[in-house]
Design a protein around this ligand. Structure first.
Ligand code: DGL
Length: 275
Protein backbone atom coordinates (compact mmCIF):
# COMPACT_ATOMS: atom_id res chain seq x y z
CA UNK A 1 0.00 0.00 0.00
CA UNK A 2 1.34 3.46 -0.83
CA UNK A 3 1.60 5.87 2.09
CA UNK A 4 -0.54 8.99 2.05
CA UNK A 5 1.32 12.09 0.85
CA UNK A 6 0.70 15.60 2.17
CA UNK A 7 0.87 19.25 1.12
CA UNK A 8 2.57 22.17 2.83
CA UNK A 9 0.05 24.86 3.76
CA UNK A 10 1.01 28.54 3.77
CA UNK A 11 -1.38 30.95 5.45
CA UNK A 12 -1.66 34.71 5.71
CA UNK A 13 -4.43 37.22 6.36
CA UNK A 14 -4.17 38.22 2.69
CA UNK A 15 -1.49 38.67 0.04
CA UNK A 16 1.49 39.16 2.36
CA UNK A 17 2.34 35.49 2.81
CA UNK A 18 3.03 35.28 -0.92
CA UNK A 19 6.30 37.13 -0.23
CA UNK A 20 7.25 34.19 2.00
CA UNK A 21 5.89 31.51 -0.33
CA UNK A 22 7.90 32.97 -3.21
CA UNK A 23 11.18 32.39 -1.37
CA UNK A 24 10.12 28.99 0.00
CA UNK A 25 9.35 27.79 -3.52
CA UNK A 26 12.60 29.17 -4.87
CA UNK A 27 14.58 27.10 -2.37
CA UNK A 28 12.21 24.11 -2.07
CA UNK A 29 10.41 23.84 -5.44
CA UNK A 30 9.73 20.10 -5.23
CA UNK A 31 6.94 20.14 -2.63
CA UNK A 32 3.20 20.64 -3.13
CA UNK A 33 1.91 23.92 -1.66
CA UNK A 34 -1.53 25.22 -0.79
CA UNK A 35 -1.73 28.96 -0.13
CA UNK A 36 -4.65 30.39 1.79
CA UNK A 37 -5.26 34.14 2.09
CA UNK A 38 -8.07 35.31 4.33
CA UNK A 39 -8.47 38.51 2.30
CA UNK A 40 -12.14 38.88 3.22
CA UNK A 41 -11.14 39.52 6.84
CA UNK A 42 -7.79 41.28 6.32
CA UNK A 43 -6.24 43.21 7.92
CA UNK A 44 -5.63 41.19 11.07
CA UNK A 45 -3.17 43.74 12.42
CA UNK A 46 -5.75 45.87 14.17
CA UNK A 47 -7.85 42.98 15.57
CA UNK A 48 -7.96 41.62 19.10
CA UNK A 49 -5.95 38.64 20.31
CA UNK A 50 -9.11 36.48 20.48
CA UNK A 51 -10.23 37.38 16.97
CA UNK A 52 -6.82 36.70 15.39
CA UNK A 53 -6.66 33.37 17.26
CA UNK A 54 -10.16 32.36 16.08
CA UNK A 55 -9.55 33.37 12.44
CA UNK A 56 -6.15 31.68 12.35
CA UNK A 57 -7.52 28.49 13.88
CA UNK A 58 -10.26 28.40 11.22
CA UNK A 59 -7.66 28.77 8.49
CA UNK A 60 -5.39 26.12 9.99
CA UNK A 61 -8.37 23.74 10.29
CA UNK A 62 -9.22 24.29 6.63
CA UNK A 63 -5.63 23.64 5.53
CA UNK A 64 -5.44 20.41 7.53
CA UNK A 65 -8.74 19.35 5.90
CA UNK A 66 -7.06 19.99 2.55
CA UNK A 67 -4.43 17.35 3.33
CA UNK A 68 -1.66 19.57 4.62
CA UNK A 69 0.53 18.04 7.32
CA UNK A 70 2.73 21.10 7.83
CA UNK A 71 1.45 24.68 7.94
CA UNK A 72 3.54 27.83 7.85
CA UNK A 73 1.76 30.81 9.39
CA UNK A 74 3.27 33.33 6.97
CA UNK A 75 1.84 36.24 8.93
CA UNK A 76 3.62 37.96 11.81
CA UNK A 77 0.41 39.12 13.42
CA UNK A 78 -1.01 35.58 13.53
CA UNK A 79 2.39 34.16 14.55
CA UNK A 80 2.48 36.66 17.42
CA UNK A 81 -1.13 36.31 18.55
CA UNK A 82 -2.30 32.79 17.67
CA UNK A 83 0.57 30.38 17.04
CA UNK A 84 1.38 29.42 20.61
CA UNK A 85 -2.29 28.84 21.50
CA UNK A 86 -2.82 26.69 18.43
CA UNK A 87 0.32 24.65 19.15
CA UNK A 88 -0.59 24.16 22.80
CA UNK A 89 -4.38 23.89 22.75
CA UNK A 90 -5.48 22.67 19.34
CA UNK A 91 -2.78 20.82 17.44
CA UNK A 92 -3.40 17.43 19.00
CA UNK A 93 -7.06 17.57 17.84
CA UNK A 94 -5.86 17.31 14.24
CA UNK A 95 -4.15 13.96 14.74
CA UNK A 96 -0.55 12.78 14.83
CA UNK A 97 2.28 14.30 12.88
CA UNK A 98 0.65 17.64 12.21
CA UNK A 99 2.83 20.73 12.57
CA UNK A 100 2.25 24.47 12.57
CA UNK A 101 5.24 26.83 12.38
CA UNK A 102 5.42 30.61 12.60
CA UNK A 103 7.76 33.15 11.04
CA UNK A 104 8.92 35.26 13.99
CA UNK A 105 11.24 32.74 15.61
CA UNK A 106 13.46 32.09 12.55
CA UNK A 107 14.13 35.85 12.31
CA UNK A 108 14.80 36.42 16.00
CA UNK A 109 17.34 33.57 16.15
CA UNK A 110 19.66 35.38 13.76
CA UNK A 111 18.84 38.98 14.72
CA UNK A 112 22.51 39.58 15.58
CA UNK A 113 23.39 39.24 11.90
CA UNK A 114 21.09 42.13 10.95
CA UNK A 115 22.67 44.94 12.97
CA UNK A 116 26.30 45.93 13.48
CA UNK A 117 25.69 48.58 16.16
CA UNK A 118 22.96 46.65 18.07
CA UNK A 119 20.22 49.10 17.10
CA UNK A 120 17.52 47.26 15.19
CA UNK A 121 14.36 48.89 13.87
CA UNK A 122 11.28 46.77 13.22
CA UNK A 123 8.23 47.90 11.26
CA UNK A 124 5.11 45.76 11.72
CA UNK A 125 1.37 45.86 12.31
CA UNK A 126 -0.07 47.30 15.50
CA UNK A 127 -0.90 43.76 16.64
CA UNK A 128 2.66 42.52 16.24
CA UNK A 129 4.17 45.63 17.85
CA UNK A 130 1.88 45.60 20.89
CA UNK A 131 2.42 41.84 21.39
CA UNK A 132 6.13 42.62 21.91
CA UNK A 133 6.88 39.18 20.45
CA UNK A 134 10.02 40.36 18.67
CA UNK A 135 11.44 42.08 21.76
CA UNK A 136 10.72 39.06 23.97
CA UNK A 137 12.23 36.55 21.57
CA UNK A 138 15.27 38.62 20.58
CA UNK A 139 16.06 39.44 24.22
CA UNK A 140 16.37 35.69 24.92
CA UNK A 141 19.12 35.29 22.32
CA UNK A 142 20.72 38.74 22.14
CA UNK A 143 20.02 40.89 25.23
CA UNK A 144 22.33 43.63 23.94
CA UNK A 145 20.24 44.45 20.91
CA UNK A 146 18.15 47.58 21.34
CA UNK A 147 14.86 47.14 19.47
CA UNK A 148 12.76 50.02 18.21
CA UNK A 149 9.47 48.58 16.95
CA UNK A 150 7.11 50.86 15.08
CA UNK A 151 3.55 50.17 13.89
CA UNK A 152 2.55 51.23 10.36
CA UNK A 153 -1.26 50.86 10.34
CA UNK A 154 -1.82 52.12 6.80
CA UNK A 155 0.74 49.94 5.03
CA UNK A 156 -1.29 46.70 4.91
CA UNK A 157 -4.48 48.38 3.60
CA UNK A 158 -2.37 50.09 0.92
CA UNK A 159 -1.00 46.71 -0.21
CA UNK A 160 -4.33 44.84 0.09
CA UNK A 161 -5.91 47.49 -2.13
CA UNK A 162 -3.19 47.22 -4.74
CA UNK A 163 -1.98 50.81 -4.13
CA UNK A 164 1.61 49.92 -3.20
CA UNK A 165 3.13 51.63 -6.26
CA UNK A 166 0.90 54.73 -6.15
CA UNK A 167 2.01 58.26 -5.26
CA UNK A 168 -0.38 58.15 -2.31
CA UNK A 169 1.62 55.34 -0.75
CA UNK A 170 4.70 57.60 -0.58
CA UNK A 171 3.06 59.81 2.03
CA UNK A 172 2.39 56.96 4.47
CA UNK A 173 5.74 55.25 3.92
CA UNK A 174 7.68 58.46 4.55
CA UNK A 175 5.51 59.35 7.56
CA UNK A 176 6.23 56.08 9.38
CA UNK A 177 9.91 55.98 8.50
CA UNK A 178 10.37 59.53 9.77
CA UNK A 179 8.55 58.61 12.99
CA UNK A 180 10.72 55.51 13.49
CA UNK A 181 13.93 57.47 12.96
CA UNK A 182 12.76 60.14 15.38
CA UNK A 183 12.27 57.40 17.99
CA UNK A 184 15.74 55.98 17.35
CA UNK A 185 18.08 57.77 14.92
CA UNK A 186 20.80 55.18 15.53
CA UNK A 187 19.26 52.13 13.89
CA UNK A 188 21.49 50.58 11.23
CA UNK A 189 19.05 47.86 10.12
CA UNK A 190 15.30 47.68 9.57
CA UNK A 191 13.44 44.37 9.70
CA UNK A 192 10.23 44.27 7.68
CA UNK A 193 8.18 42.46 10.33
CA UNK A 194 5.05 42.15 8.23
CA UNK A 195 4.83 39.94 5.18
CA UNK A 196 2.93 42.59 3.22
CA UNK A 197 5.72 45.15 3.43
CA UNK A 198 8.09 43.76 0.76
CA UNK A 199 5.67 45.14 -1.83
CA UNK A 200 6.48 48.61 -0.49
CA UNK A 201 10.22 47.95 -0.67
CA UNK A 202 11.05 50.50 -3.42
CA UNK A 203 9.34 53.24 -1.43
CA UNK A 204 10.81 52.14 1.91
CA UNK A 205 14.28 52.21 0.29
CA UNK A 206 13.56 55.66 -1.13
CA UNK A 207 12.84 57.22 2.29
CA UNK A 208 15.24 55.24 4.47
CA UNK A 209 18.81 56.61 4.72
CA UNK A 210 21.13 54.55 2.55
CA UNK A 211 23.31 53.26 5.39
CA UNK A 212 20.34 51.46 6.99
CA UNK A 213 20.05 47.86 5.77
CA UNK A 214 16.60 46.42 5.01
CA UNK A 215 15.98 42.86 6.16
CA UNK A 216 13.19 40.83 4.54
CA UNK A 217 11.81 37.64 6.06
CA UNK A 218 11.20 35.46 2.99
CA UNK A 219 14.67 34.02 2.53
CA UNK A 220 15.21 33.60 6.28
CA UNK A 221 11.96 31.65 6.69
CA UNK A 222 12.69 29.53 3.62
CA UNK A 223 16.14 28.52 4.88
CA UNK A 224 14.75 27.78 8.31
CA UNK A 225 12.08 25.51 6.74
CA UNK A 226 14.74 23.75 4.72
CA UNK A 227 16.71 23.01 7.90
CA UNK A 228 13.53 21.90 9.67
CA UNK A 229 12.75 19.39 6.94
CA UNK A 230 16.31 18.08 7.01
CA UNK A 231 15.90 17.39 10.73
CA UNK A 232 12.37 15.95 10.55
CA UNK A 233 12.94 13.17 8.07
CA UNK A 234 9.69 11.23 8.65
CA UNK A 235 7.63 14.37 8.08
CA UNK A 236 9.70 15.24 5.01
CA UNK A 237 9.23 11.73 3.58
CA UNK A 238 5.45 12.08 3.91
CA UNK A 239 5.30 15.26 1.79
CA UNK A 240 4.08 15.20 -1.81
CA UNK A 241 6.81 16.05 -4.28
CA UNK A 242 5.06 17.13 -7.45
CA UNK A 243 5.91 20.85 -7.46
CA UNK A 244 2.21 21.79 -7.47
CA UNK A 245 0.72 24.98 -6.07
CA UNK A 246 -2.91 25.94 -5.43
CA UNK A 247 -4.18 29.32 -4.26
CA UNK A 248 -7.29 29.93 -2.19
CA UNK A 249 -8.74 33.21 -0.99
CA UNK A 250 -11.77 34.01 1.15
CA UNK A 251 -12.50 37.07 -1.03
CA UNK A 252 -12.71 37.74 -4.78
CA UNK A 253 -10.74 35.18 -6.75
CA UNK A 254 -10.31 37.65 -9.62
CA UNK A 255 -8.68 40.29 -7.51
CA UNK A 256 -6.51 37.73 -5.70
CA UNK A 257 -5.35 36.36 -9.06
CA UNK A 258 -4.52 39.86 -10.32
CA UNK A 259 -2.66 41.20 -7.25
CA UNK A 260 -1.17 37.78 -6.40
CA UNK A 261 0.30 37.53 -9.91
CA UNK A 262 2.11 40.81 -9.22
CA UNK A 263 3.42 39.58 -5.88
CA UNK A 264 4.81 36.39 -7.40
CA UNK A 265 5.81 37.83 -10.78
CA UNK A 266 3.89 34.99 -12.47
CA UNK A 267 0.29 34.50 -13.55
CA UNK A 268 -1.80 32.66 -10.98
CA UNK A 269 -5.45 31.60 -10.77
CA UNK A 270 -6.96 31.61 -7.30
CA UNK A 271 -10.15 29.90 -6.13
CA UNK A 272 -12.55 31.29 -3.57
CA UNK A 273 -13.38 29.32 -0.40
CA UNK A 274 -15.18 29.95 2.86
CA UNK A 275 -13.71 29.32 6.27
N1 DGL B 1 0.90 40.13 6.68
C1 DGL B 1 0.59 40.12 8.04
C2 DGL B 1 1.81 40.18 8.94
O1 DGL B 1 2.86 39.72 8.56
C3 DGL B 1 -0.47 41.01 8.60
C4 DGL B 1 -1.32 41.80 7.76
C5 DGL B 1 -2.60 42.18 8.43
O2 DGL B 1 -2.66 43.14 9.20
O3 DGL B 1 -3.55 41.45 8.16
O4 DGL B 1 1.70 40.67 10.04
Amino acid sequence: MTERQYNIGVFDSGFGGLSILKEIRRILPEYSYIYLGDNARAPYGTRSFETVYRYTLEAVTKLFEMECSLIIIACNTASAKALRNIQQRNLHDFGDNKRVLGIIRPCTEIANTFTKNNNLGIVATKGTVTSKSYEIEIRKFFPNIQITAHACPMWVPIVENGEYASDGADFFVKKEIDALLTENPNIDALLLGCTHYPLLLPKIRKYLPEHIAIVQQGEIVAHSLQQYLQKHTALEASLKKNGAITFYTTDSQESFSAIGSHFLSETIQAQQIQL
